[in-house]
Design a protein around this ligand. Structure first.
Ligand SMILES: Cc1ncc(COP(=O)(O)O)c(C=O)c1O
Ligand SMILES: N[C@@H](CCOP(=O)(O)O)C(=O)O
Length: 464
């Protein structure tokens, strides 16, 4: 498998090079040159595998044997040995046609651990094998940061700097990031919102001189390995709920912000998994809902919501999807992304929009509906959803036709977002690991949302 950029100016590169490049050097996003299609007989064989066995089988289509089999197996097993559930991402039934895919059994209680536990192991492997320094730079609306830090804290040859929007993450998310005392971790608390943090790191990655001088590496979903690891659980969940592997269709409802998770679902569908609709759930920050319904991709006003990790307007992975839906034309994508930078809008219509609407449904879940969903699922099924997962369930109910089988992604544990849970009048017990955070000392640096100031701070940290 070779990897190319959505903007066409990187050439074809291998798996490890794509991992290390993160954001494509031409400013685009890396994608596999061809999407492998898995035959039905293979799907049937895969349906009997454990989670880690499935990871290895699926990765084998993407890694080109660049990592010797036995070493990859050790990395994968180490990655998922930190999960609290033996199935890694178990599926639970909410009703006859609605299932939850629980993605929060990793160390930081959010779906990010599924990919970032592996990426932590993989960065460490590459640092040792190649004798290179790795300086991770990431932006977070709360969950990626905690998970990425957990994946690499204390690891030799690796430093990590995470930008989070000051005062716009939940208390537990903030504690998870800022109570880590390892010297290889820097938390910058940025005056601004997540879009500002993401724009700044993308600009720093796009400055190739700065990127190379500082050995920058990416852990956000701009890195294709994040997407790859997230494709696995769509297959795993499908195998748990489908009666006839290869023919039964299953919808997936996905709480969405940066479009990484649902793009992994799109890839799974392109790989031959019988996915019905991909149901995109947003909160009030609903640029993607508007795109799917109207074909217009244009940021609205930033809103703080009960699901802060999804408080995102400019969705990183949208460019990857646009590339596919508009006929894999890198020149067109380059033009459209330039246009977006200048005019702040991309519009599609006609056949392209019809294609989008055939693949996706969308529902914007406002605050009241989010809280009502948490309350009703607690009452009806005695299951406590976090506010992001509640958006997924609300969208599944709004978009799936009666009797269609739907899996809704439970992307975080409710203990991370007690602010919303309390508003529902529900008292929850924190897991011990989360309770312990409140007694720890915090370390973070407040900084203006200014690219140059941030570049200076991270340079000092990486060189120190
Ligand atoms: C708990 C939670 N749910 C959903 C999302 C949205 O996922 P994505 O950004 O991949 O669309 C995020 C953030 O990414 C998150 O942290
Ligand atoms: N919601 C995310 C935002 C970053 O998304 P990513 O998937 O590109 O890392 C977060 O929790 O930080």
């Amino acid at each position: 498998m070779e990897y190319i950029s959505t903007r066409g100016k990187v050439g074809s590169i291998g798996f490890i090079d794509a991992f290390m490049m993160g954001l494509a050097n031409d400013g685009g996003l890396l994608i596999p040159k061809n999407i492998p299609v898995i035959p039905v007989e293979t799907l049937q064989a895969w349906s009997k595998l454990s989670y880690t066995e499935l990871v290895l089988e699926l990765f084998s289509y993407f890694t080109n044997d660049e990592i010797p089999k036995e070493e990859l197996k050790q990395l994968v097993e180490a990655s998922y040995s930190t999960f609290r559930h033996p199935e890694v991402t178990p599926v639970t039934k909410l009703s006859d046609d609605l299932y939850l895919l629980e993605l929060f059994h990793g160390p930081t209680f959010a779906f990010k651990d599924v990919a970032l536990q592996f990426m932590g192991q993989f960065y460490s492997y590459v640092a040792k094998k190649k004798g290179v320094r790795i300086n991770i730079l990431g932006a977070t609306s709360g969950d990626t940061g905690a998970s990425a830090i957990e994946g690499v804290r204390g690891k030799d040859g690796i430093k990590i700097c995470i930008l989070h929007p000051h005062g716009k993450v939940s208390k537990v998310q903030e504690l998870q990031m800022t109570t880590v005392q390892d010297d290889n971790v820097l938390n910058l608390s940025v005056d601004g919102n997540f879009d500002d943090c993401q724009r700044i790191i993308k600009e720093l990655f796009a400055d190739l001189e700065f990127k190379s001088a500082n050995d920058l590496a990416a852990i956000n979903s701009i890195n294709f390995v994040r997407i790859l690891a997230q494709i696995v659980y769509y297959f795993y969940a499908y195998f748990k709920v489908a009666d006839n592997i290869g023919t039964t269709k299953v919808n997936f409802s996905v709480p969405t912000g940066n479009f990484g998770d649902i793009f992994a679902g799109y890839m799974a569908k392109r790989m031959g998994l019988p996915v019905g609709k991909l149901i995109l759930a947003t909160n009030e920050n609903n640029i993607l809902e508007r795109f799917i319904k109207e074909g217009v991709y244009m940021p609205g006003d930033f809103r703080m919501t009960y699901s802060p990790s999804m408080d995102i307007q400019v969705a990183s992975n949208f460019e990857r999807y646009l590339y596919y839906v508009l006929g894999e034309d890198p020149e067109l994508i380059t033009k459209l992304m330039e246009q977006f930078k200048v005019e702040g809008e991309i519009s599609i219509d006609g056949e392209a929009l019809a294609k989008v609407q055939a693949e996706f449904a969308a529902h914007g879940v406002l605050g009241a509906e989010c809280l009502a969903t948490i309350s009703s699922v607690k009452t009806d099924a005695n299951y406590l959803l976090d506010p992001h997962s509640a958006c997924g369930v609300a969208a599944a109910k709004a978009c799936a036709a009666p009797n269609e089988l739907t899996v809704s992604l439970a992307t975080a544990h409710p203990a991370k977002f007690n602010e919303a849970i309390e508003l529902c009048g529900i008292e929850q017990q924190y897991p011990e690991q989360i309770k312990a955070l409140f007694d720890k000392e915090q370390r973070q640096t407040r900084i203006a949302g200014d690219k140059d100031a941030i570049a200076k701070a991270i340079e000092v940290f990486y060189k120190g």
